[in-house]
Design a protein around this ligand. Structure first.
Ligand code: ASP
Ligand code: MG
Length: 418
């Protein structure tokens, strides 16, 4: 069986959904499970909505209207006015109406998951209905009954035993009846609350299903021809890799390449399932294959840019040396505030770390650190990682910038710059 994942960019408008159906048509006679993300930039819009609700901001309803109108516009183009999809979409959005009726009381991350998840619930309804309308028999599946997580909202941890059991119990029989369409990015707790797996988590969803069902491959359909050596939004002259090993792909995502979600590869590597990254604009082109025995060829180095970083330096208030006890205290603060460290360095009197700026978590981290340590930070800086830099491109990349921290190892160079 095959697993496909279609991300937001592939379903951002009616033409995208028509194109998705044309791709799926080519694979129609095989058992196929399709994971779909929210349409276009819907997740960002729902994040704004969540913030507006929690801040009790005046533009809450106008943000919501814009999200609804964006989806209605798409379904008006794809379906006749009396098609049941109009009710299904309306009923899904009602979940948000109910949730925002009362004053916000719950924890931010909990509310976030209950609201933001609506993006995937709606997109999959629309895709499943459209495939059925074009004669491709499809079944909509609520993923929250299959991907079981703990209640770590916004970053749910998958309970693999329960998840595998549920998936293996029901999905093979469903696949015999037709294509299964389900939501990426979402999970469910044992109390039936919705969780999310972290931004861009739909790839991970596809990999969980593939691992549990021993799929032949996973294909993620993207707006790029495959995995490129750098993000074309920031760098010219990119090249596509034909093949990468799982290990190289894990390294890339670890350092922040946003082409696939970091948690995606491991389950596939364990089950020896290849991951294909292909263009939805050129579905017959080979794209990139990620597998164990890939022949790799680094004609150009891998360049990964992470913006919006904070560089924080921490020193004991009494000017003592940074000791193992300090470090253990510092790490446990980072862990409990869920701030993930991208790069770190110690010196005699201070410990420096660089991480993504997430304002809520950063504020809590500072509160925790301030009681014991002196803390200084720079924000709005960038982290550049270069792998396999045979040509020495790093020098060009940092030209004219202030280097705040630098770290070199055999295959990887990292610099924090302003
Ligand atoms: N819709 C979610 C996001 O934009 C999940 C995904 O696209 O993978 O983060
Ligand atoms: Mg997305």
């Amino acid at each position: 069986m095959l697993v496909f994942k279609f991300g937001g960019a592939s379903v951002k408008d009616a033409a995208g959904i028509i194109n998705l159906a044309a791709i799926v048509k080519k694979y129609e006679d095989q058992p196929l499970l399709i994971v779909v993300s929210a349409m276009g930039k819907t997740t960002n819009a729902l994040e704004k909505l969540t913030k507006a609700y929690i801040d009790r901001s005046n533009d809450l309803l106008s943000i919501f209207d814009e999200i609804k109108e964006y989806h209605y516009q798409i379904i008006r183009e794809l379906f006749d006015a009396n098609h049941p999809i109009f009710d299904e979409v309306a009923n899904t959005f009602v979940e948000i109406d109910w949730a925002i009726e009362d004053e916000p009381q719950d924890d931010y991350d909990f509310i976030y998951d209950q609201l933001v998840s609506v993006g995937e619930l709606v997109s999959t309804r629309i895709v499943a209905a459209f495939l059925n309308q074009t004669g491709i028999k499809s079944q909509w599946l609520d993923v929250r009954g299959y991907i079981h997580t703990d209640n770590n909202y916004r970053e749910g941890n998958v309970n693999w035993v329960k998840t595998r059991e549920s998936i293996q119990q029901d999905i093979p029989a469903l696949l015999k009846k037709g294509i299964v369409i389900t939501q990426g990015f979402l999970g469910g707790t044992s109390e039936n609350f919705t969780t999310t797996l972290g931004r861009e988590g739909s790839d991970y969803t596809a990999s969980i299903f593939a691992a549990c069902l021993q799929a032949d491959s996973v294909t993620t359909w993207k707006d790029v021809p495959g995995i490129l050596n750098a993000d074309p939004k920031f760098f010219g002259d990119t090249i596509k890799f034909d093949a990468l090993t799982y290990t190289e792909a894990i390294e890339m995502t670890f350092y922040g390449a946003s082409v696939i979600h970091p948690k995606t590869i491991k389950p596939l590597q364990n089950a020896n399932i290849p991951l294909l990254v292909k263009s939805f604009n050129a579905p017959d082109a080979p794209g990139t294959i990620i597998k164990d025995t890939a022949e790799m060829n680094f004609v150009k180095p891998i360049i990964i840019l992470k913006q919006n970083q904070v560089l924080l330096s921490i020193s004991p208030r009494d000017y003592s040396f940074i000791s193992e006890d300090h470090l253990s205290e510092i790490f446990s603060l980072f862990a409990s505030r869920q701030v993930k460290i991208n790069i770190m360095q110690t010196s005699a009197l201070s410990f420096s770390v660089c991480f993504d700026l997430k304002p809520e978590r950063f504020a809590k981290l500072l509160d925790g650190l301030n009681t014991k340590f002196k803390v200084k930070y720079n924000d709005n800086i960038s982290l550049i990682t270069v792998r396999h830099d045979k040509q020495g491109v790093l020098n060009d990349l940092v030209a004219g910038k202030t280097v705040l921290l630098e770290q070199l190892s055999r295959n990887t160079a990292q610099v924090v710059v302003r």
